[in-house]
Design a protein around this ligand. Structure first.
Ligand SMILES: NC(=O)c1ccc[n+]([C@@H]2O[C@H](COP(=O)([O-])OP(=O)(O)OC[C@H]3O[C@@H](n4cnc5c(N)ncnc54)[C@H](OP(=O)(O)O)[C@@H]3O)[C@@H](O)[C@H]2O)c1
Length: 290
């Protein structure tokens, strides 16, 4: 990063753009929904300059459209993109990873870092497909990445250095927070925070529907439900208090909240959510197999 302060009298009016990771070339192989979000975040955060990025997709017309939109090199040539990159992001669907690895294997060597965010695909299978002591980080972001509000869990494969792990974290911090976990927990992460936004949208939708049911205009009900969800999540994250303690603070004896909680318990919300995450975790274990 440039250290020139831009408020000194001699500072140029327009500093040349510099990147946070100046010496790295990054390839995003499979710049779809999640890969595209990352691509935009890299540019927005000056993590990388456009000429440090190459991306690939399956369809040539989408390659042209993306290239025109973001001013980066986008093609359908995975091997070329991987050959010229120091860091390679795998963003295709889990079942497409083996074919993609076979395609780019000639470009891989132990000096490169591969970051895969394909659900269910183990670091070991990518290492084996590479045929060398390749540094592989597995990551699981979620869709709030679109607003830089993701949580991404990362785990290292067998050949990842601390420095490479720091690069992996820096890359995913452009779309939100990161946490490092053991690989044995990655399917559970997929079931909780990967699928979690969908579960929470259903809860927000249901709360808004309830608001309409008790007479609120729909837009007001949706705002109340969504901001209440956001505010409650911030309370958990920023106070560090156990959610049960925060719940108790809202629940006055013989008040209205405790009546509502009784309904939630009778309806089995808690057990239903636990079962939803368990089922999603189970399915996450199967995805790479198709
Ligand atoms: N979406 C999420 O919430 C989320 C969250 C966490 C992890 N993930 C993981 O992210 C990965 C991608 O998911 P997504 O939702 O972003 O899917 P997506 O939008 O379908 O993106 C997949 C991309 O891969 C491209 N592609 C397919 N075959 C290719 C090939 N042989 N070479 C190069 N590119 C190829 C597609 O190209 P075209 O555009 O030309 O079709 C598309 O751009 C999955 O493995 C998923 O498990 C997704």
């Amino acid at each position: 990063m440039s250290t020139t302060p831009d408020d000194t009298p001699h500072a140029p009016t327009a500093l040349p753009a510099s990147s946070v990771l100046p010496n790295l070339r990054v390839a995003i192989l499979g710049a779809g929904k999640m890969g595209g979000i990352l691509l935009q975040a890299f540019l927005k955060n000056n993590l990388l300059l456009p000429d440090q990025i190459a991306a690939t997709v399956q369809h040539p017309d989408r390659a042209m459209a993306l290239s025109a939109q973001f001013g980066v090199e986008v093609s359908t040539d995975n091997l070329a993109a991987a050959t010229h990159a120091d860091v390679i992001l795998l963003g295709v669907k889990p079942t497409q990873v083996p074919a993609l690895m076979a395609e780019i294997a000639p470009a891989l060597n132990p000096s490169k870092l591969v970051l895969s965010f394909a659900a269910s695909v183990k670091t070991r299978s990518i290492e084996d497909a590479a045929g060398c002591d390749l540094a592989v980080i597995r990551a699981m972001p979620n869709t709030p990445a679109m607003l830089a509000a993701a949580i991404t869990a990362l785990c290292p494969g067998r050949f990842v250095s601390a420095e490479q792990m720091a690069i992996g974290q820096r890359i995913f911090q452009t779309v939100g927070r990161t946490v490092i976990v053991d690989e044995k927990h990655m399917d559970a992460v997929t079931g909780l925070s990967g699928s979690g936004p969908a579960f929470l949208y259903i809860i927000i939708e249901a709360l808004a529907e309830a608001g309409v049911n008790v007479g609120l205009p729909r837009d007001v009900a949706t705002l109340l439900a969504a901001q209440t969800t956001l505010g409650s999540a911030k309370m958990v994250l920023e106070t560090g208090y156990h959610p049960a303690l925060l719940k108790d603070q809202v629940t006055t004896p013989a008040g209205c909240t405790v009546d509502g909680i009784l309904e939630l318990e009778e309806g089995g919300l808690r057990v239903t959510l636990i079962k939803a995450v368990k089922r999603a975790t189970q399915r996450a274990k199967e995805l790479a197999a198709g």
